[in-house]
Design a protein around this ligand. Structure first.
Ligand code: FA5
Length: 325
């Protein structure tokens, strides 16, 4: 009997000091397993005299029940703790900063183009497009540009054949639009144009935005207002704009427009009143209709707005440059 009591005491001590489920499992095997201590006590039963057997049996059984119950209680306690610990390990700390992911953005030129489109759309202009591969009639002849004009020189433009070339400006879209539509009209036309140029303010492929406004009684005042409004909105209220008399075969009079860039003037566009010959070539009566046109250099506008010194940065695809804008 004492032996049984001692066994129970030992078992309870071990159970109490167990801190994990595998230790507890080993205790279960040690006492209750097939070759366990309790089981071997049961085997002793047959060696006892007949009359002592029931009492001893009941005693061992009782011990077995106590140990089983304690093990189960402890197991529940431990697995509760283990579960809690596991949950803590798995828990997501939402206060830890997330993994940084680099997200791209629109190229600076696309941004400028959209900004300009918004400005002109708000003034009632509509956006139209034209082909980059153009014929000499739309690119030059219809625009009143004579054979002697330097832009027509084979040295200065990219020709596919005698009559087909990469457009040198967006002005042919003026002709294409007028041939398709009746006046009055107000359009802008952004797109790529090509010339044999290459230095810090000239690219061989660059972006222009054409503007054309046709109505009755249009004057230089309308042109000047539109351009000054555009400049104010893109460069700020205090920007300085200068209209300089110039020459284009397709406008009369003609201007070049400069914006103050640091301490120098940077030319950003050409403009003027639509030449009567251009109206005639497009089938509009110059006695009835008048209008203004302009062609902006988008890269130049971005240069002034952001203080970019070298136009070639736009096409170098240097991520350090692009990330700034
Ligand atoms: C023209 O291309 C005329 N078609 C503009 C025009 C339209 C005048 C309608 C009148 C009426 P110009 O060659 O000056 O004009 O070019 C216009 C603008 O494009 C220039 O002011 C400049 O901002 C830009 N530009 C010209 N050449 C280059 C180049 N190689 N690289 C970058 N920008 C250029």
């Amino acid at each position: 009997m004492d032996e049984v009591q001692k066994l129970v005491d030992d078992a309870l001590k071990e159970i109490n000091s167990a801190t994990d489920s595998s230790t507890l499992n080993n205790i279960r095997i040690k006492y209750l397993g097939k070759k366990g201590l309790i089981t071997s006590l049961m085997k002793k039963l047959k060696d006892l005299p007949q009359e002592e057997r029931p009492k001893f049996g009941a005693h061992v059984n009782n011990a077995k029940n106590i140990i089983t119950q304690k093990i189960n209680e402890k197991l529940e306690e431990i697995s509760e703790k283990e579960k809690k610990k596991k949950y803590e390990e798995l828990a997501v700390d939402i206060s830890i900063p997330g993994a940084r992911r680099d997200i791209g953005h629109l190229h600076i030129l696309t941004q400028i183009q959209k900004e300009l489109e918004d400005i002109f759309i708000s003034m009632g202009f509509e956006v139209v497009e034209g082909p980059e591969v153009e014929d000499t009639w739309h690119n030059f002849d219809a625009l009143n540009t004579p054979d002697w004009h330097p832009a027509r020189d084979i040295q200065d433009s990219f020709y596919f054949t005698d009559k087909i070339l990469l457009r040198t400006h967006t002005s042919p879209v003026q002709i294409r639009t007028m041939l398709q539509r009746k006046p009055p009209l107000a359009i802008i036309s952004p797109g790529r144009v090509y010339r044999r140029d290459y230095d810090s303010t000239h690219l061989p492929m660059f972006t222009q935005m054409e503007g054309l406004f046709v109505d009755k009684n249009v004057t230089i005042k309308h042109l000047k207002y539109t351009l000054e409004e555009m400049a104010k909105r893109i460069f700020g209220e205090n920007s300085k704009v200068r209209l300089r008399p110039s020459f284009f075969p397709f406008t009369e009079p003609s201007y070049e427009v400069d914006v103050l860039f640091g301490d120098t003037w940077l030319e950003i566009l050409g403009a003027g009143m639509v030449d009567p010959n251009v109206f005639k070539n497009a089938g509009y009566d110059p006695e009835e209709w008048s209008g203004f046109a302009f062609g902006l250099g988008l890269e130049r506008i971005a240069m002034v707005k952001y203080g970019i010194k070298d136009i070639r940065d736009f096409i170098r695809n240097d991520i350090k440059f692009l990330e700034n804008y």
